[in-house]
Design a protein around this ligand. Structure first.
Ligand code: ATP
Length: 510
């Protein structure tokens, strides 16, 4: 386990993201819009690298299944707006409602499962102070206020922390909200629809109401029949899709972690009813290993198996649900969800069958049986993935001018190399530009930079996470060699100009 000293500052990471063009506030010149983020040049490439890796490793070249046979996964790209009946069948209309707690005093609204309260452990429960899960300052403030109320200095061992999701009216009556001064201003948890509503067509009547999808998964279920009718897939097989999802989150927070527009990477893996346990274990382990391979260190990554009472109603009797979680600076020392792997049983296909009246079953030619397949769903967030990559890569190093560098793996790194002419004269820019043009088609994003001192250029590239910088200097014209500087060690060596491509190809392989 990494200790507290390793905790990185989210403010510093966010500042670097803006400074180097990874992530900007959406509509920044208009003051931004809460819960929406834009990816800049480096961020867009980083996110694309993560999504490309997912598509490559999931759809194009998946590993063999638990039986050693090739995995069958096909891709899909369905619409963001579907017939609204899709969301009735899925349970999102009238159902996709995380219960909310409102504060009558501060007018703030909180997700009920995110609110906790602190009260005295010795039973003198006449007052409790609420805080939002993950808000360390808010928790410390609640502890301090309780101490003031009890007229003694309190430590964590003097208090109990209780979730407010199932709080009784009596409990709420003595609880002071996270942004309130008086007790008893928090409402009981109430349903709140997180889907964004829109209107299809010009008239905008309620008959034309539609929703922006809150998950990509339902687009897969409604295309199940199309896929089996048009391809040669046989059970077990998966359908994978990535794309935007929208949730009108009540309290967007923690940078991109909880935003209102985000991207998901989802697989619905269909299998015979009796095979779910085996496939659940397979996907759970594979997805954890995949995230690790993107560069997330093992002690910052964990798999959390859900307790039975946490499971969705349709999953209670199934193989289980687990989350791949990452230790973000704002969850430290706790963890936040990157991906959920769930046994969804035959719930979704049965729902769509019943609502659409279209048979969604599978005919097994080997056993001559007809049945509704069961589903294992690995559902990941691309934005949370990018955020984890950024947090993981952020590495302090007081000895270098930038004081920090981004230690991406070669596969994830948005920039693969940089080419610098030492000075903008004596033919150096021309040689450098020639090398730059040679590298770009082969490796992708390669920077060319002539401005400022070489030290400042290295510092910029360290913050961008560029793994290799090649400098053309006065000697290049004489001996056809360049200086290569490696990001992680700052080590420099001289190599032949004609060896640069081979040198990079060798090192970017892993
Ligand atoms: P949470 O409990 O954190 O709200 P969830 O369990 O509702 O997440 P799922 O419905 O399982 O999330 O969605 C699958 C994945 O989509 C999550 O693991 C996460 O990576 C991503 N995701 C969900 N909501 C958001 C959001 N508001 N912002 C960014 N990513 C999200």
């Amino acid at each position: 386990m990494a200790d507290q000293s390793e905790k990185k500052s989210m403010d510093e990471i966010m500042a670097l993201c803006k400074r180097r063009g990874f992530i900007f506030q959406a509509s920044e010149i208009y003051g931004g819009i809460n819960g929406f983020w834009d990816y800049g040049p480096l961020g867009a490439q980083l996110k694309k690298n993560l999504k490309d890796a997912w598509w490559q490793d999931t759809v194009l070249t998946p590993p063999p299944g638990p039986d050693g046979r090739p995995l069958q996964i096909v891709g899909l790209d369905s619409c963001i707006i579907q017939n609204p009946r899709v969301w009735v069948a899925s349970g999102h209309v009238g159902g996709f409602n995380d219960p909310m707690i409102d504060c009558r005093e501060s007018k703030r609204r909180y997700r009920a499962d995110h609110l906790f309260s602190i009260a005295l452990a010795d039973g003198a429960n006449t007052r409790a102070y609420a805080f939002v899960d993950g808000d360390d300052e808010g928790k410390a403030r609640a502890l301090k206020l309780l101490g003031k109320y009890a007229k003694r200095t309190l430590s964590e061992s003097d208090v109990t922390v209780t979730p407010l999701a199932k709080a009784t009216p009596d409990q709420l009556a003595i609880t002071v909200g996270p942004d309130a001064k008086e007790p008893g201003t928090l409402t009981e948890p109430r349903a709140f629809n997180l889907m964004f509503k829109t209107y299809v067509g010009a008239t905008a009547s309620e008959d034309d109401a539609a929703y922006l999808r809150p998950e990509t998964a339902q687009g897969i279920f409604v295309n199940f029949k199309n896929v089996i009718d048009t391809t040669r897939v046989k059970l077990p097989f998966g359908i994978a899709q990535m794309g935007k999802a929208f949730r009108n989150e009540v309290t967007p927070r923690n940078f991109t972690f909880r935003s209102r527009e985000f991207e998901q990477m989802e697989i619905e893996f269909f299998c015979a009813p009796g095979k779910t346990a085996e496939w659940y274990r397979f996907w759970r382990d594979l997805r954890l290993a995949w995230w690790r391979a993107t560069g997330l260190r093992s002690d910052n990554l964990m798999l959390r198996e859900h307790e039975r009472d946490e499971l969705a109603h349709y999953a209670k009797d199934g193989a289980g649900t687990s989350d791949v979680e990452y230790r973000f600076p704002f969850t430290h020392p706790g963890f936040g969800e990157l991906e959920g792997i769930a046994d969804r049983s035959d719930f979704d296909l049965k729902q769509h069958w019943s609502h659409s009246k279209v048979k969604l079953e599978y005919f097994d030619a080997d056993t001559q049986e007809r049945y509704v397949p069961h589903v294992i769903e690995p559902s990941a967030g691309a934005d949370r993935g990018v955020l984890a990559l950024l947090c993981e890569a952020y590495t302090k190093d007081p000895s270098r001018p930038s004081k920090v560098f981004m230690k991406f793996t070669p596969r994830m790194s948005p920039l693969k190399a940089a080419v610098f002419p030492l000075v903008a004269k004596e033919g150096m820019p021309e040689t450098a530009e020639k090398l730059h043009q040679e590298l770009k088609p082969r490796f992708g994003m390669v920077e060319f930079d002539v401005k400022q001192t070489i030290g400042k250029r290295y510092a910029r590239m360290d913050e961008a996470g560029c793994p290799y910088c090649f400098t053309i200097d006065g000697d290049t014209a004489k001996d056809q060699s360049v200086t290569v500087r490696e990001r992680d060690t700052c080590a420099q060596e001289r190599i032949g100009l004609d060896r640069v491509t081979e040198y990079l190809a060798e090192r970017l392989k892993s």
